[in-house]
Design a protein around this ligand. Structure first.
Ligand code: HPA
Ligand code: ZN
Length: 336
Protein backbone atom coordinates (compact mmCIF):
# COMPACT_ATOMS: atom_id res chain seq x y z
CA UNK A 1 0.00 0.00 0.00
CA UNK A 2 1.28 3.43 -0.96
CA UNK A 3 -0.08 5.25 2.07
CA UNK A 4 -0.48 3.74 5.51
CA UNK A 5 -3.84 3.27 7.12
CA UNK A 6 -2.64 5.34 10.05
CA UNK A 7 -1.75 8.25 7.76
CA UNK A 8 -5.10 8.23 5.95
CA UNK A 9 -7.08 7.96 9.18
CA UNK A 10 -5.12 10.45 11.28
CA UNK A 11 -4.48 13.30 8.88
CA UNK A 12 -6.77 16.21 9.82
CA UNK A 13 -9.43 16.63 7.14
CA UNK A 14 -12.81 18.13 6.34
CA UNK A 15 -15.70 16.04 5.11
CA UNK A 16 -17.90 18.12 2.80
CA UNK A 17 -19.96 15.56 0.90
CA UNK A 18 -21.80 13.43 3.39
CA UNK A 19 -25.52 12.75 3.45
CA UNK A 20 -26.69 12.16 7.00
CA UNK A 21 -29.43 9.90 5.65
CA UNK A 22 -26.65 7.95 3.92
CA UNK A 23 -25.06 7.09 7.25
CA UNK A 24 -27.94 4.83 8.33
CA UNK A 25 -26.06 1.65 9.23
CA UNK A 26 -28.04 -1.63 9.15
CA UNK A 27 -27.95 -2.07 12.94
CA UNK A 28 -29.40 1.40 13.64
CA UNK A 29 -31.98 0.96 10.87
CA UNK A 30 -33.15 -2.27 12.45
CA UNK A 31 -33.17 -0.82 15.95
CA UNK A 32 -35.21 2.25 14.91
CA UNK A 33 -37.59 0.09 12.87
CA UNK A 34 -38.27 -2.03 15.94
CA UNK A 35 -38.60 1.00 18.22
CA UNK A 36 -41.07 2.71 15.87
CA UNK A 37 -42.96 -0.46 14.89
CA UNK A 38 -42.10 -0.17 11.21
CA UNK A 39 -41.99 -3.22 8.97
CA UNK A 40 -38.92 -2.86 6.76
CA UNK A 41 -39.12 -6.37 5.37
CA UNK A 42 -35.97 -7.58 7.16
CA UNK A 43 -35.43 -8.83 10.69
CA UNK A 44 -31.65 -9.24 10.99
CA UNK A 45 -28.69 -6.95 10.42
CA UNK A 46 -27.42 -9.37 7.76
CA UNK A 47 -30.71 -9.17 5.88
CA UNK A 48 -30.67 -5.37 6.00
CA UNK A 49 -27.05 -5.37 4.81
CA UNK A 50 -27.97 -7.68 1.93
CA UNK A 51 -30.73 -5.27 0.86
CA UNK A 52 -28.16 -2.48 0.35
CA UNK A 53 -27.55 -3.39 -3.30
CA UNK A 54 -27.47 -1.18 -6.42
CA UNK A 55 -25.49 -0.46 -9.56
CA UNK A 56 -26.64 3.03 -10.54
CA UNK A 57 -27.70 6.29 -8.92
CA UNK A 58 -31.34 5.47 -9.67
CA UNK A 59 -31.22 1.97 -8.16
CA UNK A 60 -29.36 3.35 -5.14
CA UNK A 61 -32.00 6.02 -4.55
CA UNK A 62 -34.72 3.34 -4.76
CA UNK A 63 -33.22 1.63 -1.68
CA UNK A 64 -32.21 4.86 0.04
CA UNK A 65 -35.49 6.76 0.31
CA UNK A 66 -37.72 3.95 1.66
CA UNK A 67 -35.12 3.26 4.39
CA UNK A 68 -35.81 6.69 5.86
CA UNK A 69 -39.22 5.55 7.11
CA UNK A 70 -37.52 4.35 10.27
CA UNK A 71 -36.71 7.98 11.18
CA UNK A 72 -39.75 9.28 13.04
CA UNK A 73 -39.03 11.55 15.98
CA UNK A 74 -36.43 14.18 16.84
CA UNK A 75 -34.37 11.71 18.82
CA UNK A 76 -34.10 9.38 15.81
CA UNK A 77 -32.54 12.18 13.72
CA UNK A 78 -30.24 13.05 16.61
CA UNK A 79 -29.12 9.44 16.96
CA UNK A 80 -28.35 9.15 13.26
CA UNK A 81 -26.25 12.31 13.40
CA UNK A 82 -24.47 11.30 16.61
CA UNK A 83 -23.57 7.89 15.15
CA UNK A 84 -21.99 9.63 12.15
CA UNK A 85 -19.90 11.95 14.32
CA UNK A 86 -18.50 9.02 16.29
CA UNK A 87 -17.25 7.55 12.99
CA UNK A 88 -16.07 10.93 11.75
CA UNK A 89 -13.90 11.37 14.80
CA UNK A 90 -12.22 7.99 14.20
CA UNK A 91 -11.61 9.09 10.61
CA UNK A 92 -9.69 12.23 11.57
CA UNK A 93 -12.49 14.60 10.54
CA UNK A 94 -11.98 18.05 12.09
CA UNK A 95 -14.69 19.76 10.08
CA UNK A 96 -17.94 18.22 8.77
CA UNK A 97 -20.55 19.85 6.55
CA UNK A 98 -23.46 17.44 6.49
CA UNK A 99 -26.20 17.28 3.88
CA UNK A 100 -29.73 16.45 4.87
CA UNK A 101 -32.90 16.01 2.79
CA UNK A 102 -35.90 17.59 4.57
CA UNK A 103 -38.32 16.76 1.75
CA UNK A 104 -37.60 13.05 2.18
CA UNK A 105 -39.16 13.45 5.64
CA UNK A 106 -41.76 16.20 5.23
CA UNK A 107 -43.23 14.25 2.29
CA UNK A 108 -44.07 11.45 4.74
CA UNK A 109 -45.56 13.73 7.35
CA UNK A 110 -42.59 14.57 9.57
CA UNK A 111 -42.34 18.26 10.55
CA UNK A 112 -39.28 20.07 9.22
CA UNK A 113 -38.65 21.36 12.73
CA UNK A 114 -38.31 17.77 14.01
CA UNK A 115 -35.68 17.01 11.37
CA UNK A 116 -33.66 20.19 11.85
CA UNK A 117 -33.77 20.14 15.64
CA UNK A 118 -32.75 16.49 15.83
CA UNK A 119 -29.80 16.85 13.47
CA UNK A 120 -28.78 20.15 15.04
CA UNK A 121 -28.56 18.54 18.45
CA UNK A 122 -25.95 16.15 17.02
CA UNK A 123 -24.12 19.13 15.47
CA UNK A 124 -23.94 20.93 18.81
CA UNK A 125 -22.69 17.78 20.52
CA UNK A 126 -19.99 17.34 17.86
CA UNK A 127 -18.89 20.93 18.36
CA UNK A 128 -18.64 20.36 22.09
CA UNK A 129 -16.37 17.41 21.32
CA UNK A 130 -14.06 19.55 19.19
CA UNK A 131 -15.36 18.81 15.67
CA UNK A 132 -16.35 21.92 13.75
CA UNK A 133 -19.69 21.07 12.13
CA UNK A 134 -22.59 22.52 10.16
CA UNK A 135 -25.66 21.36 8.25
CA UNK A 136 -26.42 21.90 4.55
CA UNK A 137 -30.08 21.67 3.58
CA UNK A 138 -30.55 19.91 0.24
CA UNK A 139 -33.47 20.09 -2.15
CA UNK A 140 -34.60 16.96 -3.94
CA UNK A 141 -34.23 17.85 -7.62
CA UNK A 142 -36.77 15.26 -8.76
CA UNK A 143 -39.44 17.13 -6.82
CA UNK A 144 -40.88 20.41 -8.12
CA UNK A 145 -39.25 23.83 -7.98
CA UNK A 146 -42.29 24.96 -6.00
CA UNK A 147 -41.71 22.26 -3.40
CA UNK A 148 -38.07 23.34 -3.04
CA UNK A 149 -39.15 26.94 -2.57
CA UNK A 150 -41.75 25.97 0.04
CA UNK A 151 -39.15 23.86 1.83
CA UNK A 152 -36.72 26.77 1.96
CA UNK A 153 -39.43 29.11 3.22
CA UNK A 154 -40.38 26.62 5.94
CA UNK A 155 -36.72 26.27 6.94
CA UNK A 156 -35.84 29.97 7.01
CA UNK A 157 -37.04 30.43 10.62
CA UNK A 158 -34.26 27.93 11.52
CA UNK A 159 -31.61 29.42 9.26
CA UNK A 160 -29.16 29.85 12.11
CA UNK A 161 -29.06 26.05 12.27
CA UNK A 162 -27.74 25.46 8.72
CA UNK A 163 -24.95 27.10 6.81
CA UNK A 164 -26.05 26.59 3.22
CA UNK A 165 -28.18 24.79 0.66
CA UNK A 166 -27.46 22.00 -1.81
CA UNK A 167 -29.21 20.00 -4.51
CA UNK A 168 -29.32 16.21 -4.71
CA UNK A 169 -31.32 13.15 -5.87
CA UNK A 170 -31.87 12.25 -9.52
CA UNK A 171 -30.23 14.72 -11.92
CA UNK A 172 -31.79 13.23 -15.04
CA UNK A 173 -34.23 15.80 -16.53
CA UNK A 174 -33.70 17.98 -13.44
CA UNK A 175 -31.06 20.55 -14.44
CA UNK A 176 -29.88 23.21 -12.01
CA UNK A 177 -31.77 26.06 -13.70
CA UNK A 178 -35.02 24.48 -12.49
CA UNK A 179 -34.03 25.79 -9.03
CA UNK A 180 -32.68 29.23 -9.96
CA UNK A 181 -35.34 31.12 -7.97
CA UNK A 182 -34.87 28.95 -4.90
CA UNK A 183 -31.09 29.31 -4.90
CA UNK A 184 -31.38 33.08 -5.40
CA UNK A 185 -33.64 33.28 -2.34
CA UNK A 186 -31.15 31.22 -0.33
CA UNK A 187 -28.34 33.60 -1.27
CA UNK A 188 -30.48 36.62 -0.39
CA UNK A 189 -30.76 35.06 3.05
CA UNK A 190 -27.01 34.79 3.46
CA UNK A 191 -26.83 31.05 2.88
CA UNK A 192 -23.90 29.36 1.11
CA UNK A 193 -24.60 27.41 -2.08
CA UNK A 194 -23.40 24.08 -3.44
CA UNK A 195 -24.97 21.46 -5.69
CA UNK A 196 -24.57 17.93 -6.94
CA UNK A 197 -23.26 17.59 -10.47
CA UNK A 198 -23.40 13.82 -10.57
CA UNK A 199 -21.07 11.58 -12.53
CA UNK A 200 -21.72 10.84 -16.23
CA UNK A 201 -25.20 12.31 -16.41
CA UNK A 202 -26.99 13.20 -19.64
CA UNK A 203 -25.93 16.83 -20.03
CA UNK A 204 -23.32 16.76 -17.24
CA UNK A 205 -21.14 19.45 -18.82
CA UNK A 206 -24.04 21.79 -19.57
CA UNK A 207 -25.39 21.35 -16.05
CA UNK A 208 -22.00 22.07 -14.50
CA UNK A 209 -21.59 25.20 -16.61
CA UNK A 210 -25.06 26.42 -15.62
CA UNK A 211 -24.43 25.66 -11.95
CA UNK A 212 -21.27 27.78 -12.08
CA UNK A 213 -22.31 30.64 -14.31
CA UNK A 214 -26.03 31.05 -13.62
CA UNK A 215 -26.62 29.65 -10.14
CA UNK A 216 -23.37 30.82 -8.62
CA UNK A 217 -22.53 27.54 -6.94
CA UNK A 218 -19.50 27.81 -4.65
CA UNK A 219 -18.62 24.09 -4.91
CA UNK A 220 -19.44 21.15 -7.18
CA UNK A 221 -20.49 17.97 -5.42
CA UNK A 222 -18.86 15.23 -7.58
CA UNK A 223 -18.30 17.33 -10.75
CA UNK A 224 -15.33 15.35 -12.16
CA UNK A 225 -16.89 15.41 -15.64
CA UNK A 226 -15.26 18.85 -16.02
CA UNK A 227 -12.17 16.98 -17.30
CA UNK A 228 -14.02 16.73 -20.64
CA UNK A 229 -13.89 20.50 -21.07
CA UNK A 230 -10.53 22.27 -20.61
CA UNK A 231 -12.21 25.69 -20.45
CA UNK A 232 -14.34 24.53 -17.51
CA UNK A 233 -11.30 23.09 -15.75
CA UNK A 234 -9.61 26.46 -16.13
CA UNK A 235 -12.69 28.33 -14.85
CA UNK A 236 -12.95 26.10 -11.79
CA UNK A 237 -9.22 26.32 -11.08
CA UNK A 238 -9.09 30.06 -11.49
CA UNK A 239 -12.11 30.67 -9.24
CA UNK A 240 -10.88 28.18 -6.62
CA UNK A 241 -14.16 26.25 -6.85
CA UNK A 242 -13.95 23.08 -4.75
CA UNK A 243 -14.97 19.63 -5.97
CA UNK A 244 -16.24 17.16 -3.39
CA UNK A 245 -15.41 13.77 -4.88
CA UNK A 246 -16.50 10.38 -3.54
CA UNK A 247 -14.44 7.57 -5.08
CA UNK A 248 -16.08 4.58 -3.36
CA UNK A 249 -19.57 5.89 -4.12
CA UNK A 250 -18.55 6.47 -7.75
CA UNK A 251 -17.48 2.86 -8.05
CA UNK A 252 -20.98 1.75 -7.04
CA UNK A 253 -23.08 4.03 -9.22
CA UNK A 254 -20.77 4.11 -12.28
CA UNK A 255 -18.22 1.65 -13.63
CA UNK A 256 -15.23 2.97 -11.70
CA UNK A 257 -14.12 5.33 -8.94
CA UNK A 258 -13.09 8.05 -11.39
CA UNK A 259 -9.67 8.02 -9.76
CA UNK A 260 -7.86 9.06 -12.95
CA UNK A 261 -10.06 12.14 -13.22
CA UNK A 262 -9.57 13.05 -9.55
CA UNK A 263 -5.79 12.70 -9.82
CA UNK A 264 -5.65 14.64 -13.10
CA UNK A 265 -7.58 17.53 -11.55
CA UNK A 266 -5.44 17.42 -8.41
CA UNK A 267 -2.33 17.66 -10.61
CA UNK A 268 -3.77 20.67 -12.41
CA UNK A 269 -4.28 22.57 -9.17
CA UNK A 270 -8.07 22.18 -8.98
CA UNK A 271 -9.29 22.05 -5.38
CA UNK A 272 -10.54 18.47 -5.35
CA UNK A 273 -11.34 16.77 -2.05
CA UNK A 274 -12.26 13.22 -1.06
CA UNK A 275 -15.44 12.39 0.86
CA UNK A 276 -17.72 9.47 1.63
CA UNK A 277 -21.19 10.46 0.26
CA UNK A 278 -23.41 7.69 1.73
CA UNK A 279 -20.97 5.58 3.74
CA UNK A 280 -23.44 3.14 5.29
CA UNK A 281 -24.52 2.12 1.81
CA UNK A 282 -21.18 2.18 0.02
CA UNK A 283 -19.18 0.67 2.83
CA UNK A 284 -16.51 3.27 3.51
CA UNK A 285 -16.11 6.42 5.60
CA UNK A 286 -13.81 9.24 4.50
CA UNK A 287 -10.46 7.70 5.43
CA UNK A 288 -11.45 4.48 3.62
CA UNK A 289 -12.15 6.60 0.55
CA UNK A 290 -8.68 8.14 0.73
CA UNK A 291 -7.14 4.69 1.13
CA UNK A 292 -9.13 3.21 -1.77
CA UNK A 293 -8.08 6.08 -4.05
CA UNK A 294 -4.46 5.90 -2.89
CA UNK A 295 -4.31 2.19 -3.57
CA UNK A 296 -5.99 2.35 -6.99
CA UNK A 297 -3.99 5.30 -8.29
CA UNK A 298 -0.74 4.82 -6.38
CA UNK A 299 -0.97 8.11 -4.50
CA UNK A 300 1.78 9.17 -2.10
CA UNK A 301 1.51 10.96 1.23
CA UNK A 302 2.06 14.38 -0.35
CA UNK A 303 -0.95 13.85 -2.63
CA UNK A 304 -3.14 12.69 0.24
CA UNK A 305 -2.00 15.74 2.22
CA UNK A 306 -2.97 18.00 -0.69
CA UNK A 307 -6.46 16.41 -0.82
CA UNK A 308 -6.84 17.03 2.93
CA UNK A 309 -5.51 20.60 2.60
CA UNK A 310 -8.00 21.28 -0.20
CA UNK A 311 -10.87 19.94 1.91
CA UNK A 312 -10.12 22.43 4.67
CA UNK A 313 -9.51 25.33 2.30
CA UNK A 314 -12.80 24.85 0.42
CA UNK A 315 -14.82 24.32 3.59
CA UNK A 316 -17.16 26.94 4.95
CA UNK A 317 -15.56 27.10 8.39
CA UNK A 318 -14.59 30.57 9.60
CA UNK A 319 -11.20 31.91 8.49
CA UNK A 320 -9.95 31.58 12.04
CA UNK A 321 -11.01 27.93 12.29
CA UNK A 322 -9.52 27.17 8.90
CA UNK A 323 -6.20 28.68 9.92
CA UNK A 324 -6.15 26.46 13.02
CA UNK A 325 -7.08 23.34 11.08
CA UNK A 326 -4.49 24.04 8.40
CA UNK A 327 -1.83 24.59 11.05
CA UNK A 328 -2.60 21.22 12.63
CA UNK A 329 -2.53 19.61 9.19
CA UNK A 330 0.92 21.06 8.42
CA UNK A 331 2.15 19.95 11.82
CA UNK A 332 0.89 16.42 11.11
CA UNK A 333 2.57 16.37 7.68
CA UNK A 334 5.85 17.69 9.06
CA UNK A 335 5.92 14.98 11.72
CA UNK A 336 5.53 12.17 9.11
N1 HPA B 1 -26.19 12.04 -5.76
C1 HPA B 1 -27.48 12.38 -5.79
N2 HPA B 1 -28.28 12.19 -4.76
C2 HPA B 1 -27.79 11.64 -3.66
C3 HPA B 1 -26.48 11.27 -3.57
C4 HPA B 1 -25.62 11.51 -4.67
O1 HPA B 1 -24.40 11.27 -4.62
N3 HPA B 1 -26.31 10.74 -2.34
C5 HPA B 1 -27.49 10.81 -1.70
N4 HPA B 1 -28.40 11.37 -2.49
ZN1 ZN C 1 -24.01 12.96 -2.70
Amino acid sequence: MTVSREFAYSIPKAELHLHLEGTLEPDLKLELAQKNGIDIGQTTVEEVQASYQFDSLTSFLAVYYPAMNVLQDEDDFYRLGAAYFARAKDNGVVRAECFFDPQAHTSRGIAIETVIRGYYRAIEEARAQGISADLILCFLRDMSAQSALETLQAALPYKDMFVGVGLDSDERDNPPQKFAECFALAKDNGLRVTMHCDIDQVGSIDNIRTALTELGTERLDHGTNIVEDPALVELVRERGIGLTCCPVSNSFVTDDMKGKEIVELLGKGVKVSVNSDDPAYFGGYVADNLLALAEKEGLNEAQIAQLARNSIEISWASDEEKAQMLASLEEFVASH
